[in-house]
Design a protein around this ligand. Structure first.
Ligand code: NAD
Length: 291
């Protein structure tokens, strides 16, 4: 199937990046969110990130202008229904995602492909609540989307070959690289990454190291570009906790139990960069550890 129009639900960190790369690759994009403020912020950020690509001579000014002209925003979910491809990138909560797919149902074209950018939730289960499990897949982008090369492709139990091939073609058109993962909790990237982040939070919780020494150790001792706590703040601590809960419940193994300190930060509303505070405080010139 030929994909021309793409509807994206959720204009947070991931939704804006996904809109950016699709528009730049020539797709017509409609970006939906419940919050007009999030939509305004997303458009401003896409403009800023495209400007940076122009300044670095990765794209020219015409490509930037054309990409911006291809993005429309809306608070009405019904407006994205008639897209060829829908990418759900809303908050990592199963009930939120299910409600979005239910609300979209009456507005879809018969051949609209549905995907979720979920980091961990069962694709088979999300698909089973729609009228088209064979046209449903996990399309998992990495953060920040314009920079990261990988897209994880996750087939649910019912996903058909046509849908998979179509999405392989889409990833190729975006200039990105696909890796296929089976539909088990958190797939590949987060199955490996999130327990490491959770262990870093336990290391902090148990007083083995400070925020700075934990991040410095992994950066300089394991050659990671970011420390695990810095990375957790970048991903969003609510998303990290949600993924650990999916691993814990889905695999029923205590080795995945979320660290109580991670829960405490989320309960405080200290979700990382997006709320200006997490393991670091971002309100000043340079980030300062919060403990
Ligand atoms: P975010 O908190 O930055 O953004 C979520 C957005 O969803 C918000 O703008 C919110 O207003 C919107 N939203 C909530 N309910 C909605 C609804 N009913 N209809 C429309 N919009 C709604 O979160 P994020 O980091 O962008 O994550 C979004 C998804 O992408 C999650 O499933 C997450 O697991 C996944 N993901 C995140 C990362 C990451 O590093 N943050 C990486 C890969 C995948």
């Amino acid at each position: 199937m030929e994909i021309g129009t793409v509807g994206i639900v959720g204009a947070g960190q991931m939704g804006n990046g996904i809109a950016h790369v699709f528009a730049l690759a020539g797709f017509d994009v409609v970006l939906a969110d419940v919050s007009q403020d999030q939509l305004d912020a997303a458009l401003a950020l896409i403009g800023k990130n495209l400007d940076r690509q122009v300044a670095r001579e990765k794209i020219d000014a015409d490509a930037r202008d054309a990409a911006l002209a291809r993005i429309r925003v809306t608070t009405e979910l019904s407006e994205i229904g008639p897209s060829d491809l829908i990418i759900e990138a809303a908050t990592e909560r199963e009930t939120v995602k299910q409600a979005i797919f239910e609300d979209l149902a009456p507005h879809l074209k018969p051949d609209t492909i549905l995907t979720s950018n979920t980091s961990s939730i069962s694709i088979t289960r999300l698909a089973s609540r729609t009228d088209r499990p064979e046209k449903f897949m996990g399309l998992h982008f990495m953060n920040p989307v314009p920079v990261m090369q990988l897209v994880e492709l996750i087939r649910g139990i019912a996903t058909d070959e046509d849908t998979y091939r179509t999405l392989l073609g889409v990833v190729d058109k975006l200039g990105k690289t696909a890796a296929s993962a089976e539909d088990f909790p958190a797939f590949i990237v987060n199955r490996i990454l999130m327990p490491m982040i959770n262990e870093a939070v336990y290391t902090l919780y148990e007083g083995v190291g400070s925020v700075q020494s934990i991040d410095r150790s992994l950066k300089l001792g394991a050659n990671h570009p970011m420390g695990p706590l810095e990375l957790a703040d970048f991903i969003g601590l609510d998303t990290c906790l949600a993924i650990m809960n999916v691993l814990h419940e889905g695999l029923a193994d205590t080795k995945y139990r979320p660290c109580p300190l991670l829960t405490k930060y989320v309960e405080a509303g200290w979700l990382g960069r997006k709320t200006q505070r997490g393991f670091y405080d971002y309100r000043g010139e340079t980030p300062v550890p919060t403990r």
